[in-house]
Design a protein around this ligand. Structure first.
Ligand SMILES: Nc1nc2c(c(=O)[nH]1)N[C@H]1C(S)=C(S)[C@@H](COP(=O)(O)O)O[C@H]1N2
Ligand SMILES: [Mo]
Length: 321
């Protein structure tokens, strides 16, 4: 098996208790306020028994279930939170769960720059306040050939971008992860050109499937999953879903993303899940769903073709991989 026993130190054990409770109180109020009296506890029915869910109380009780959720059994909480890619905390799959407790996620702020009408530095709380959180169960596919199904908690990135007011020159949206080798020990080695940067074309960023996530399985994001704020783009290989974002920049020119810079022939800008286009060193035709034994076929656009294929009409996807 790929999965080790849980050894993660939860953020609740690391962050000073008072600070942690403050952040939680804010998130709870926000989520509850947004859904009001109509909300039903979606989780009970959704995961029907089993022990896939995390122990303890949810941080976001009574989340609305998104109509974009897929109807597939979610990967266990244990796997989702102990089998990670987050090179800022090491290159091994178990490294992030072991090491990410040194990341301080509260206070947190995000700098907004470039082609927007409302640039500035936003606290995590200010950034979130106007948005309605919901649960979105998404298929996720890593470029390495494994996949998961993850019940994210978040809101559409489009809503945030609209609020920031893109100028007519805004063609791309660039995201940057925190750069702090004190908190991120993996950054003391130059395995990547830090900080980690990712970007989307503006129409991809505005697509209703593109999510800003703040939680999973009804809980705040564990540090190893990109706390306190990360991108989730379910039709693209996992590396586009950048974690622990501190900067959002709208640009006219296509930004340089980290993995493309590292290995341009292996990782493109688009990174749409495509079983027909092999990675130079392996096929992308099949995948291993974590928790399952037999491999399954990988679907074009990770199964989201109906919703997103039109974004790439007329593009040669062998060239724009
Ligand atoms: N900052 C940052 N974001 C990152 C990564 C990373 O190393 N650093 N890894 C990416 C890759 S390759 C994958 S598959 C997903 C994994 O997300 P998960 O650990 O929450 O499943 O995060 C992506 N976001
Ligand atoms: Mo990945």
């Amino acid at each position: 098996m790929l999965i080790k026993q849980p050894n993660a130190i939860r953020s609740s054990e690391i962050t000073p208790e008072s600070v942690y409770r403050e952040r939680r109180r804010f998130l709870k109020l926000g989520a509850a306020g947004a859904i009001g009296a109509l909300a039903l506890p979606a989780q009970a029915g959704l995961f029907g028994g089993g022990d896939e869910r995390p122990p303890g109380e949810p941080d976001f009780p009574g989340l609305k279930q998104s109509r974009f959720s897929v109807d597939e059994p979610p990967t266990s909480w244990e796997s989702v939170t102990t089998y990670n890619n987050f090179y800022e905390f090491g290159t091994g799959k178990e490294d992030p769960a072991e090491n990410a407790h040194t990341l301080v996620t509260d206070p947190w702020s995000v700098t907004v720059e470039g082609e927007v009408e409302k640039p500035g530095s936003y606290t995590f709380e200010d950034l979130l306040k106007p948005h309605t959180l919901e649960e979105r169960v998404y298929r996720m596919r890593c470029v390495e050939g494994w996949s998961m199904v993850i019940p994210w908690v978040g809101f559409p990135l489009a809503n945030l971008i609209r609020r920031l007011g893109p100028t007519s020159r805004a063609k791309y949206v660039e995201f940057t992860t925190l750069h702090d080798p004190q908190q991120m020990p993996g950054q003391r080695r130059t395995v990547l050109d830090w900080p980690y940067v990712e970007a989307l074309r503006i129409d991809e960023a505005m697509h209703p499937l593109t999510l800003m996530a703040v939680g999973l399985y009804g809980r705040e994001l564990p540090n190893q999953n990109g706390a306190p704020l990360r991108l989730v783009v379910p039709w693209k290989y996992g590396f586009k879903s950048i974690k622990s974002i501190v900067r959002i920049r709208l640009t006219e020119k296509q930004p340089q993303n980290t993995w493309n810079e590292m290995a341009p022939h292996e990782y493109g800008f688009y990174a749409n899940v495509n079983p027909a286009v092999s990675h130079p060193r392996w096929s992308q035709a099949r995948e291993r769903r974590i928790g399952e034994f037999l491999k399954r076929d990988t679907l074009p656009f990770n199964g989201y073709a109906e919703q997103v294929a039109h974004l790439y009409k007329g593009m040669d996807l062998e060239r724009f991989y």
